[in-house]
Design a protein around this ligand. Structure first.
Ligand code: ATP
Length: 235
């Protein structure tokens, strides 16, 4: 299996504050991998360092290419999409315009991409003229995913997609994420609080504590792990 994304010795922080310490993390081609951890463990910081939004030390390779020193837009052009916490859609723009802006790396192929994502998210097709800010939380998260997909990324970094969503809505969102992964082969690295649902669609998972990987393994094994069950699954 070839690694789609591979970080070694990843060290990052904010000014004098050190957050990530020598992190090793990889996602193979076509995999869904989950990053779990308590508040403040460094999950969001990991995604920011991987997409280049913050500087980091260590090495990041994407599709076999060293991108450690590449700017965020260069990483996006290579096919590394990042959906930040809070979704990052434009509330005053319509669903359609949000998608159009998402597809800025594609140019002439926009329309085709539109139809594909409307098929996958029929609710967005129904609401295509509606302002993004007037959508429900679940619909906004679907829009954020569809928007990122407009660029046909090889891989998506998703930051807490289930935040603020009811369990049923989260379950349906995760089904879509799994469908995208299977249909398009998009690799995914998902930071999540909802360990139960996310591990069910994932192949592997990592647990972060104070900016370090303290546990990693197959998703099925993590779901069975007593420590994980107590810390993240409420049992
Ligand atoms: P959460 O689940 O609460 O989002 P997290 O695991 O994603 O947590 P991070 O957001 O990566 O954690 O934060 C890790 C540490 O870095 C925390 O101690 C946080 O206070 C600190 N931190 C995050 N963003 C900044 C920033 N912009 N400036 C300074 N410190 C920050």
């Amino acid at each position: 299996m070839t690694a789609m994304l591979e970080a070694t010795g990843l060290t990052a922080g904010y000014g004098p504050i050190s957050v990530l310490e020598d992190l090793e993390i990889h996602v193979d081609e076509g995999e869904i991998v989950v990053v779990l951890g308590a508040n403040g463990a460094g999950k969001t910081t990991t995604l920011r360092a991987l997409s280049g939004l913050i500087g980091s030390k260590g090495r990041v390779r994407f599709g076999g290419v060293d991108i450690s020193r590449s700017k965020p837009d260069a990483r996006a052009k290579m096919g590394l999409g990042h959906i930040p916490e809070g979704r990052g859609t434009f509330p005053f723009l319509s669903v359609e315009d949000n998608l159009r802006m998402g597809g800025h790396l594609l140019k002439g192929r926009e329309r085709h991409a539109f139809d594909t994502w409307f098929e996958l998210f029929p609710i967005l097709a129904e609401r295509r003229k509606q302002a993004a800010g007037s959508l429900s939380g679940g619909e906004q998260q679907m829009l954020a995913v569809a928007r990122a997909l407009m660029n046909r990324p090889k891989m998506l970094l998703l930051d807490e997609p289930s935040m603020g969503l009811a369990p049923m809505v989260t379950a349906s969102l995760f089904q879509k994420i799994e469908a995208i992964n299977q249909q398009f082969g998009t690799s995914m690295l998902i930071v999540e609080q909802n360990a139960n649902l996310s591990l069910k669609i994932a192949t592997r998972g990592y647990v972060l504590e104070s900016g370090r990987v303290v546990l990693h393994g197959k998703a099925a094994d993590l779901l069975d792990d007593d420590g994980i069950r107590r810390a993240y699954l409420g049992s």
